[in-house]
Design a protein around this ligand. Structure first.
Ligand code: 6CS
Length: 339
């Protein structure tokens, strides 16, 4: 068959497909999903469970890209908004610069430190499951799940127990402005950096500390260059999985439901994975290094940091206006209901 005859034949197939209401998604596709972490880390567990469900319940395959394979967190978000990737897992620590309301997770001492009520909150919260999807949709994103990864722990060049102890210390923060305000309120000098620069900056003493969940402090080897772990109890590392909205809207209702079910399945499996993960990771860190110290602030010491939370809340209102105010009200009501 000549090339022009073949092209004509393809055009007929394409118009028939459209006439029958079939989209390209009726065929087996390879979808692309990028996240921010390494093999076996929490986002990687979530991604593989999501993949497992999709591949068992459809003809599609999911190709997963880990940290660094396609760039930094902001790069994979750009690629998703541009439709190059169908799915992305990006944490509000970075999304906060795109969606100011996502910075709500950086108001300190909003969330309890215990895991059970935190998980219940993510499962049942209207703010999380109804209000946030609308905010993400405005940026061309279909929010699938927000989920916790672990309690935030600060690491520094010495054990810090008071806001004065942070004076003069440069502490790395993820790149959203509210988190900088939190560390300013805590007495430190915040330094926003993408993840790829954190280890080197600690090693060369360009920064003197950072915050992250314990599993990440272990898997990223942060304890090697920032060995003093400080449990301040001020928040949880939260992350989110989402799809390019145009891609998602173009799928059939059944496929959209299958993707939502995959996200639900991945959420439940990930919650099981993080249960006990912080404790196990801390044991690994202690076994690997004699330099590590662990400081758990007393209630009185925590109060000195907690007293600084209202000024961060005020900054959140200034950054987000009426929309942020309503979201925070709902967020607090949902937290109360989940405890
Ligand atoms: O601190 C960060 O930037 C990274 N922390 C975690 C737990 N996951 C990914 C993120 O990029």
């Amino acid at each position: 068959m000549s090339i022009s005859a073949r092209l004509k034949q393809l055009a007929v197939v394409a118009s028939l497909t459209t006439a029958l209401g079939l989209t390209s998604t009726a065929f087996a596709d390879t979808w692309r999903y990028a996240h921010e972490e390494y093999e076996g880390d929490v986002q990687d567990v979530y991604a593989h469970k999501f993949k497992e469900y999709i591949e068992e319940n459809s003809d599609h395959t999911l190709k997963i890209y880990r940290f660094g394979e396609l760039g930094e967190s902001d790069d994979i978000m750009e690629q998703t908004q541009a439709g190059i990737l169908q799915f992305v897992n990006q944490s509000p620590g970075f999304t906060g610069s795109l969606i100011p309301e996502a910075q709500i997770f950086f108001i300190p001492y909003l969330m309890p430190t215990e895991m059970k009520p935190v998980v219940e909150f993510f499962r049942t919260s209207k703010a999380i499951n109804e209000d946030f999807p609308k905010l993400y949709a405005e940026k061309g994103l279909e929010l699938l799940k927000m989920y916790p990864e672990g309690e935030m722990v600060v690491t520094a060049d010495e054990p810090v127990t008071t806001p004065a102890g942070f004076n003069g210390k440069k502490i790395r923060v993820m790149t959203n402005p509210l988190l900088s305000s939190t560390y300013e309120a805590f007495g430190a000098t915040p330094v926003p950096l993408p993840w790829g620069e954190v280890y080197g900056a600690l090693q060369t003493n360009m920064i003197q500390g950072q915050e992250n969940p314990i599993f990440w402090i272990e898997s990223g080897g942060l304890y090697e260059v920032s060995p003093n772990l400080i449990f301040t109890g001020h928040g949880w590392f939260t992350t989110a999985s989402m799809a390019n909205k145009e891609f998602f809207d173009g799928l059939s209702a059944d496929e959209q439901q299958m993707i939502r079910d995959a996200a639900e399945y991945a959420f439940n499996e990930t919650i099981e994975h993080i249960d006990g993960l912080a404790e196990a990771s801390l044991e690994k860190i202690k076994a690997a290094s004699d330099d590590v110290t662990v400081t758990r602030l007393s209630d009185k010491q925590i109060q000195a940091f907690r007293d600084r939370a209202p000024q961060v809340e005020k900054t959140f209102y200034e950054m987000t206006g009426e929309s942020g105010k309503q979201l925070l009200q709902q967020f607090k009501a949902d937290l109360k209901a989940s405890q």
